[in-house]
Each structure stands twice: as structure tokens, then as C-alpha cells.
Design a protein around this ligand. Structure first.
Ligand code: MLT
Length: 394
């Protein structure tokens, strides 16, 4: 006799993409301890938190050591000061009006992307291919079926809801996109919102990279009329303010978003209250500071630093006539592998021959085969060197 396990896990690829990369890089490092590896694989930031954020966190640390200002459990949906700062951020950055009650502070967009599946029943999901693997994996884990929307060179990796039958989908959209860097225009997002409303679907909009937008494209799905009735938005300070290590994000579930008589806002509130104990006070004070005018100014300088790296890589690809997307309004550069190499072949070649780590496109879906992702999150010096290492393969 034995317990039953969740056999849906049998349907996952064996290792999570970034764990598989880390495993291969570790094996290489152990065998070649003297080689200098440049890591432009996982999208992890390298520049430190800004002064405004650190000062706010340091003050919060002091408060935690004084009886009168000590804090125990944080409120499960976030302190009001941070929820209000997020509401103000939407108003200032993209002229979007949301309410504090719509905002749920969390410890990462990744967690919320994975956990949000719990408030949905057994619907088909509609998911771009390629895309951030967490969307698909977390649905596979609970036995959901996926219909893929082809993102490819022809649609510049920004597919539209054309020729899709059926309805009642949970639709995943990531813009600026991870991994392709493609950014949806307002017209294109209007098509998705119209499709969602016409087919009784709900959009999960991942805006984790909105801070990189430079071309006036929507930073939030709520810039589209009617989106509050059909979309949830997940955003994060990881890439916009360097919080990959300190962990702070939020999910917006508008109270207007109803499925029949059921409020998704009330369901998510119930889920979070039961399973989540909130983000630490010290981190939320840092997050509030990151969203202040001075905090944004300092983070925007770091984003410019990363985008200078992106330009270095993009310039090389242009010079060599390699097809790529991203690198503008996105810290990711998505390039076609040379000589028809598979994504993993190119990964192994770069690692073994020039000690450069990127991310194989096939790890993001079958349409990612033959593509490769580089991030702009390295240091400027490393990126300069990476460009020279890459040059010899293009
Ligand atoms: C990535 O490299 O795709 C991201 O760092 C993953 C993440 O944000 O979880």
C-alpha cells in the first residue's frame, strides 16, 4: 500500500529550465576551475539595490529592534503604505486608476504566476509558445490542458488571437515578453482584451518587465478599456528595482473581475489569507521607497545601464545580420542560432568553447528551438567581453 502521488508531475520535462542550466554550468566549472565563465543566462540582476531603497530598509531594521515600532505578522495582502504606493505608481506611470483593494503584495511574480492557477477550475489554458516556463509547468502540475499560440519569426513573436476556436480560456500574456523581448502595442492588446471578453476568458498579464518599455507601448493591461473585467496583472520589483534577492511583487485582481456571480478578487484574497503570511515589513519599506519618485529615478539609471549592455549585443547581431528580437524595451535578446544549430547545441558550444552561458530557446517551448536568449543583466565589462566571445560564432 502506498499513498497516491500527483501523477501530473510525470508530464513535466525532467528539470526546470534554469535548474538544468545551473547543473550543466556547475559540472563544467568543476571540470574547468580556471576558466572564467560569463553568465548571461538566467535573468538575474547584478547591480546593487539603490541608496533610497537601502536607507528605507535600514530604517525599517532599526524599527524592528524597538518595542514601540516592532512588527509581527505583516497584513496578508500587504501594508496599506505599500498598496497605496502601488496604486500611485499605476496612476503616475501609466495613468491607470486601480484601488488598494485590488492590490495583493507578494514575494514574487513567479510564486503568483504559479499559485494563481488554484482559483481556476479545469479550463483549457491558452499560452504563447515560446514563453516563461512557469505558466505551463504550473498548469501541468494540476492537470490542465494547454492550447498553444504560435509565436514565431513571421509574427515577430507577438501572436494575436486569430483563428482560435472555443472559449473560456485562461490566457497568458507576457509583455515585454520573456524570453523574446517582443512588446505588444496598444492595438494588439486591444485585440486580446476583445477576444477575452467575447469568449468568456480571463487574461493573466505578466508585466514584470514594464519598466524597460521605451516606445510608449502599454505598461499595464489596464491601459486597455474593459481590461478590468477580464484581466489579472502580475508585476514585480525584481527586474525594475533589483529585488530578485529581496523578493517583492504584486498581483492586481480588480474587484470588477467577475466570473458569473463569483469575484476572483474575493477568491484570491481567500487563497492568500489561508496560504500566505505576507512579505516582511523591512522588504515592503524598501519596495515603497523603490516606487517613490527618487527611488524610480535611481532604478531607471540602472535600467539604462542594462540597456547599454543590450545595445552592445544587439549591435553585434545587426552587424552580423543575425535575426533577433528584443533588446529594445526589454533586457532580453532573442537570437536565431547560427548554422541551424539546435538551442542546446549552441548552449553547449558557447559554454565549452568560450565559457559563455545563455539560455536555450527550446526550454521556453517548441517554437523556441533554434533560438537562444541572452540577458543584458551582466556587468558592462562582462557584456563587452561576451560580445567578443560570441562574435566568433556568428
Ligand atoms: C528568467 O531568466 O527567465 C527569469 O529570471 C526567471 C524569473 O524571473 O523567474
Amino acid at each position: 500500500m502506498s499513498v497516491k502521488v500527483n501523477t501530473n508531475y510525470d508530464n513535466l520535462v525532467k528539470n526546470y529550465l534554469f535548474s538544468e542550466i545551473a547543473k550543466r554550468v556547475k559540472a563544467y566549472t568543476l571540470a574547468n576551475p580556471d576558466k572564467k565563465i560569463i553568465r548571461l543566462g538566467i535573468g538575474d540582476v547584478t547591480q546593487p539595490l539603490t541608496k533610497t531603497v537601502i536607507d528605507a530598509m535600514a530604517n525599517a531594521v532599526q524599527e524592528m529592534g524597538v518595542k514601540d515600532t516592532f512588527k509581527g505578522y505583516p497584513p496578508e495582502y500587504g501594508y496599506d503604505f505599500l498598496r497605496e504606493a502601488i496604486v500611485a505608481h499605476y496612476s503616475k506611470r501609466c495613468n491607470v486608476s486601480i484601488k488598494c483593494d485590488d492590490v495583493f503584495v507578494s514575494d514574487g511574480a513567479k510564486s503568483d504566476c504559479g499559485n494563481i492557477v488554484e482559483i481556476f477550475g479545469d479550463n483549457e489554458i491558452l499560452i504563447p509558445d515560446p514563453v516563461y516556463p512557469v505558466y505551463l509547468d504550473s498548469n501541468i502540475m494540476c492537470g490542465r490542458k494547454a492550447k498553444f499560440i504560435n509565436a514565431n519569426e513571421a509574427n515577430l513573436f507577438a501572436p494575436l488571437p486569430e483563428g482560435i476556436d472555443g472559449g473560456n480560456y485562461v490566457i497568458y500574456i507576457c509583455s515585454p515578453n520573456n524570453p523574446t523581448g517582443a512588446v505588444y502595442t496598444k492595438d494588439q492588446l486591444e485585440k486580446w482584451v476583445k477576444f477575452a471578453k467575447a469568449t468568456g476568458s480571463v487574461i493573466i498579464f505578466d508585466s514584470a518587465y514594464e519598466a524597460y518599455i521605451t516606445g510608449g507601448e502599454p505598461r499595464s493591461i489596464y491601459e486597455i478599456e474593459g481590461a478590468k473585467e477580464c484581466a489579472i496583472e502580475i508585476c514585480s520589483l525584481s527586474k525594475s528595482a533589483g529585488f530578485t534577492g529581496t523578493r517583492c511583487s504584486w498581483t492586481v485582481v480588480p474587484t470588477e473581475l467577475m466570473v458569473g456571480d463569483t469575484s476572483l478578487n474575493a477568491m484570491w484574497a481567500r487563497r492568500q489569507a489561508t496560504k500566505f503570511n505576507g512579505v516582511p515589513y523591512i522588504i515592503q519599506k524598501g519596495a515603497e521607497a523603490a516606487l517613490s519618485d527618487q527611488g524610480r529615478k535611481e532604478s531607471d539609471e540602472i535600467i539604462s545601464y542594462y540597456m547599454r549592455n543590450a545595445k552592445l549585443i544587439a549591435d553585434l547581431l545587426k552587424e552580423k545580420g543575425v535575426f533577433f528580437t528584443g533588446g529594445i524595451s526589454s533586457p532580453y535578446i532573442w537570437l536565431k542560432t547560427p548554422d541551424g544549430m539546435s538551442s542546446w547545441e549552441f548552449f553547449d558550444k558557447l559554454l565549452n568553447e568560450v565559457q559563455l552561458v545563455g539560455t536555450p530557446g527550446s526550454g521556453f517551448g517548441k517554437n523556441g528551438e533554434g533560438f537562444f536568449r541572452l540577458t543584458a543583466f551582466g556587468s558592462y565589462e562582462d557584456t563587452l567581453e561576451a560580445v567578443e566571445r560570441l562574435r566568433k560564432f556568428l
